[in-house]
Design a binder for this molecule. Structure first.
Ligand code: NHR
Ligand code: GAR
Length: 197
């Protein structure tokens, strides 16, 4: 069985969309793949309860308990790898995961590490993407699925979705429109990657 490990920090709606698609499309039989675990750096992440309700193992690793980013990332790597019997999950999926990862982490999962970023990269790397897109007067916004490399939000682009920015939008209404598209493209990319592995 190919094992997917999903990392979250918050609501977990992208994680839930991936889990739902995996069930609906029967990834277990069709792709020999499953979501093996959902891990969070925040104990109060809403997504943890969603995952547990689906019978998916969860764990929390609080970055505040670590002195350095390197120490947190090393512990996170051990926790992720422990979710696969071979110690090597096939995909590690960042889904609203809010900690920047060190080079050692990114290298360890090279080619197996994905992120979804709520902008049309290379525009608006970093945080507060929707507010910045509105402030810049953008007529379109969107989301990008990309491979994670050491340079933040700069890895190879695997898929994008575009939505209009409407005159009455604030960052919340725009975020909701983009999020709907995230839920469509992220499972699609993951299924595609798994089928070609
Ligand atoms: N790590 C690397 N090395 N490369 C990427 O492309 C990464 C990454 C880690 C996370 C997601 C990213 C996003 O989609 C991501 C891509 C967090 C921050 C951030 O500034 C920025 C971008 C992303 C995720 N985090 C703060 C930090 O100090 C903490 C912010 C908070 O806790 O709210 O790590 O947008
Ligand atoms: C999503 O819009 C995701 O693209 C974004 O946070 C939201 C998480 O929602 N990710 C980042 O901003 C990463 N820095 P979710 O927890 O409901 O999937």
């Amino acid at each position: 069985m190919k094992n997917i490990v999903i990392l979250i920090s918050g609501g977990g709606s992208n994680m839930a969309a991936i889990v739902k698609t995996a069930q609906q499309q029967n990834w277990a039989d069709k792709l020999g793949a499953r979501v093996a675990a959902v891990l969070s750096n925040k104990a109060d992440a809403k997504g943890l309860a969603l995952a547990q309700a689906q019978g998916i193992p969860t764990a929390v690793l609080d970055h505040k308990n670590f002195e350095t980013r390197e120490a947190f990332d090393q512990a996170l790597m051990q926790l992720i790898d422990a979710q696969d019997p071979q110690g090597r999950p096939d995909l590690v999926v960042l889904a609203g995961f809010m900690r920047i990862l060190t080079l050692g982490f990114v290298d360890h999962y090279a080619g197996r590490l994905l992120n979804i970023h709520p902008s049309l990269l290379p525009a608006f790397t970093g945080l507060h993407t929707h507010r910045r897109a509105i402030e810049a007067g953008c007529k379109f916004a969107g989301a990008t699925v990309h491979q994670v490399t050491a340079e933040l939000d700069h890895g190879p682009i695997l898929a994008q979705a575009v939505v209009p920015v409407l005159p009455e939008d604030d960052e919340h209404t725009l975020a909701a429109r983009v999020l709907t598209q995230e839920h469509r493209i992220y499972p699609e990319v993951i299924a595609h990657l798994l089928s070609s592995k």
